[in-house]
Design a protein around this ligand. Structure first.
Ligand code: UT7
Length: 331
């Protein structure tokens, strides 16, 4: 019997219209363009303003519709929609279910997936498993985050980093051996003290005091997270290369989570990769959490060729991190 692999067969993406530049941030907090650029690589990020739309679902729907249009896909054929997000529209009700209804995916079931900045990477593993098992044929995986909804724009340690956006990919069965080849996914709960949002969950429900104490915003101990991110992202990417006998020449593209250009550079260096093979758009979007990986695929789609070897790597809150090796399936 021919082996079924799970291939990405279409991509889409969307970032909101409003551009928040480093210069604008200089007016809001004690920072400057030079510091932000040299420490992070970010020049600007997008923010979803109320006048344009609301909630992560707005971004997810835009990205999904772009993919559907490009692929000329009938939404009724989609079996499953997963929305990877750290900023769902609301607690409890599934954002993915709303997205499915809005795009006309009338035959799909839908749910959200949360693993901070690794949500999309972990979602790729889930989607691929469903496809490989033969159970489903068309899975739409969307990474969408309206990070501006949990950013404190008086906190210079976080507001300069994050932005809003969404990206989507379609997974389908492949019998040519293309698609997802291998994965190495990790987590360590001891890391949650260094990156997260204190209140609003079951551990610390919202009260007047939690609002006063600004505990509904994301916090991070940047230095500690940086250290873990640099070593872990490089470790897993190197491990994926080694166990698949991939040399730097064999790797066509590194698709790294966009948290900090210095983390991306360190990962590429450890892999011995020429920097022309590193997908990067952090300068324009900042860190869009669950949307970084699919937004990269969407931006670079024209340059990625059938058969190319892609190594994905991500690191995020939790801690969560990992790497995936995937062969691109179309031109
Ligand atoms: O996607 C999820 C995973 N997240 C990450 O991977 C993020 C990892 N962390 C980072 O990317 C970096 O740690 C940051 C970009 C957040 C910070 O860069 P850093 O080089 O680690 O800076 P730092 O926190 O060590 O701060 C250095 C100095 C401090 O001043 P002193 O104590 O040396 O006088 C900060 O107060 O820079 C100061 N600083 C700033 N200065 C201007 C901190 N934020 C700013 C700012 N503008 N926005």
């Amino acid at each position: 019997m021919t082996k079924i692999t799970a291939a990405i067969t279409a991509v889409g993406g969307y970032v909101p219209q409003f551009v928040l530049t480093n210069k604008m941030l200089e007016e809001m907090v004690e920072t400057n363009d030079e510091w932000i650029t040299t420490r992070t690589g970010i020049k600007e990020r997008r923010v979803l303003k109320k006048e344009e739309g609301e909630g992560s679902s707005y971004l997810a729907i835009k990205a999904a519709k772009q993919l559907i249009e490009k692929k000329k896909l009938d939404p009724a054929e989609i079996d499953l929609i997963m929305v990877a997000t750290a900023t769902p529209d609301s607690m409890v009700a599934s954002t993915a279910a709303f997205v499915a209804s809005e795009i006309g995916a009338v035959n799909a079931f839908a749910y959200d997936l949360l693993a901070a900045c690794s949500s999309f990477l972990f979602g790729m593993s889930t989607a691929a498993s469903y496809i490989e098992s033969g159970r489903y044929k068309k899975i739409l995986l969307i990474g969408a985050d309206k990070m501006s909804s949990i950013i404190d724009y008086t906190d210079r340690t976080t507001c300069i980093i994050f932005g809003d956006g969404a990206g989507a990919v379609l997974f389908e069965p492949n019998t040519e051996g293309l698609g997802l080849q291998d994965e190495y996914l990790r987590s360590d709960g001891a890391g949650r003290q260094f990156l997260g949002m204190e209140a609003g969950g079951s551990l610390m429900p919202a009260t007047e005091q939690t609002v006063k104490d600004r505990k509904h915003y994301i916090f991070q101990d940047g230095k500690t997270v940086f250290k873990f991110a640099v070593s872990n992202m490089a470790d897993v990417a190197e491990r994926i290369m080694k166990r698949n006998n991939l040399t730097d020449e064999d790797v066509s593209w590194l698709v790294p989570h966009q948290a900090n250009k210095r983390i991306i550079d360190a990962t590429a260096n450890r892999m011995g990769l020429d920097h022309s093979k590193v997908l990067m758009n952090i300068q324009r979007y900042g860190n869009t959490t669950s949307a970084t990986l699919p937004l990269l695929l969407n931006d670079y789609e024209d340059q990625i060729k059938k058969g190319d070897n892609l190594v994905f790597a991500a690191f995020g809150g939790g801690f969560t991190w990992g790497s995936i090796y995937l062969k691109w399936a179309y031109n």
